[in-house]
Write a protein that binds this ligand. Structure first.
Ligand SMILES: [Mn+2]
Length: 343
């Protein structure tokens, strides 16, 4: 965070604002880690602060310190709406367009509060008074670390904050593997370990916490994986019927898409998941090297994200969506800009 942004943020905090912190819809490890990390920091500073999640989040994140304090909009609609209406400062973390906070979008749009966006996705929107956006950062948690250090110094990071930020960095880097994992990421993580983050416990809580149904669902999905060697592409799909068969719970399919890339030659992996509730097909893409799946998601599937990890959606059937994917895939791969020059 640069000096100007730090000064403006400190000035906003000096006004003793009523603060809300919002992660994106279907919050992941980085969204919950960054919002909780910031929550503990602001609480420690004596601020009036509330975290509001647009939707529920997976059980494998519910052990995190402070998770029980989060207002989850679908379960506490009135309280959440009132809190947003009375807030004078709103942090939006790990997303950069208010449409990514559905169903809270209309409440956020009507709010008179000052907005602070801290995020690492591409093409940030312009709604915030302070925008701290860095699409080269491994995670929003890394940016929250830098924000806290800029505002107060590293002394302000306690064990709870360290635990939350470590969790988000670990999950968003795929366990320190993805291309945006930098020397700086490791320096930050080193400090978080010194501050008391327990890497073994965090990894166990997040990764080794499948229900038996979830593991069997993964087995089922992998059994039906298709690999298109001519396109170096692996794809998987899950129908709502299959989800029911394995007693699906939120978060169960998280990370499944990455298995496609475990094929040595694979460069692109996709997963298509039927979501009966929202009446759409949710799509995730992952890639190796510099194949730009943000471009793929943005151009053909109403979505976006990062070069190596992006998501989108489709309002046609599961079959038609896969058919469409198979049609546009050769087109996409032959585009001159399919391979990003950024890496
Ligand atoms: Mn993130």
């Amino acid at each position: 965070m640069n000096t100007e942004n730090t000064k403006s943020l400190q000035a906003l905090l000096d006004k003793h604002p009523v603060i809300s912190i919002i992660p994106h819809t279907s919050p992941d490890g980085d969204a919950i880690g960054s919002t909780l990390g910031l929550y503990h920091f602001l609480k420690n500073q004596g601020h009036d602060v509330q975290l509001i999640a647009p939707t529920d989040f997976p059980d494998f994140l519910k052990w995190m310190p402070g998770a029980e304090q989060i207002l989850i909009y679908p379960y506490q609609e009135q309280q959440a709406a009132q809190r947003i209406a009375s807030s004078t400062l709103i942090f939006t973390l790990d997303f950069n367009n208010l449409l990514r906070a559905k169903p809270l979008t209309p409440f956020l749009e009507q709010s008179q509060a000052d907005f602070v966006m801290i995020d690492h996705h591409q093409q940030p929107d312009t709604y915030a008074r302070i925008t701290y956006s860095d699409d080269k950062a491994s995670s929003t948690c890394e940016l929250i670390y830098r924000t806290i250090v800029a505002l107060t110094g590293v002394e302000a990071i306690d064990e709870q904050i360290a635990t939350c930020l470590y969790t988000g960095i670990m999950t968003d880097t795929g366990g320190f593997r993805f291309s945006l994992t930098s020397p700086e990421t490791h320096r930050v993580v080193a400090v978080l370990l010194e501050k008391g983050a327990d890497c073994t416990r965090i990894a166990t809580e997040v990764l080794d916490s499948y229900t038996k149904d979830r593991l069997l669902l993964l087995g089922h999905v992998l059994n039906e994986l298709t690999y298109l060697s001519q396109y170096r592409t692996a794809y998987m799909y899950i129908s709502s019927k299959t989800l029911k068969q394995f007693n699906f719970r939120k978060g169960d399919t998280e990370g499944f898409v990455n298995y496609g890339l475990r094929i040595k030659e694979a460069e692109l992996a996709a997963i298509f998941i039927e979501n009966e509730e929202d009446k759409l097909i949710k799509i995730s893409f992952r890639s190796k090297t510099n194949l730009d799946v943000n471009l793929l998601a943005h151009t053909y599937f109403n979505g976006g994200g990062h070069i190596n990890a992006a998501g989108g959606s489709s309002h046609t059937s599961l079959e038609d969506t896969i058919q469409y994917f198979l049609e546009v895939l050769p087109q996409f791969l032959s585009r001159t800009d399919a391979y990003s020059k950024q890496i």
